[in-house]
Design a protein around this ligand. Sequence first.
Ligand code: HEC
Length: 110
Amino acid sequence: MKHLSLAVASLVMLTGAAGAWAASGGSKINWQSESVTVPGPGSFFKGPNVEIINSNCLMCHSAGFVERQPTMSLASWTVEVTKMQKAFGAPIASADIPTIAQALFSQQAK
Ligand code: HEC
């Protein structure tokens, strides 16, 4: 008898859930088309000696994102690049960090 009342209770719960599911529109998914604008050529660093920063910095964010940061010293750029490598996992060779920091420092002088 105990089993039967449990079964009835479960059935009532299931029916209730199904009712709520049906009331919320059932399984209908409202697919819509969206358009996105992918970054264009403006997302790259321009100027001399930018290959090293284009190849090390743009897999996660645009050049514009980096260029909009406040002006920093060479030492701060070195810290920043090291942070990208250590904290965010950027695959930057440690030996390249001084060259990259110098390129970034020179970029902001423009
Ligand atoms: C593996 C991905 C990755 C790569 C590669 C990478 N970054 Fe970042 N960067 C991040 C993430 C994640 C953030 C934090 C974004 C946020 O806070 O919204 C960030 C933020 C920044 C910021 C904003 C200030 C800060 O410290 O949060 C600067 C400047 C920056 N990156 C510069 C660079 C430069 C320069 C390079 C190339 C040497 C580089 N990043 C390469 C992932 C990366």
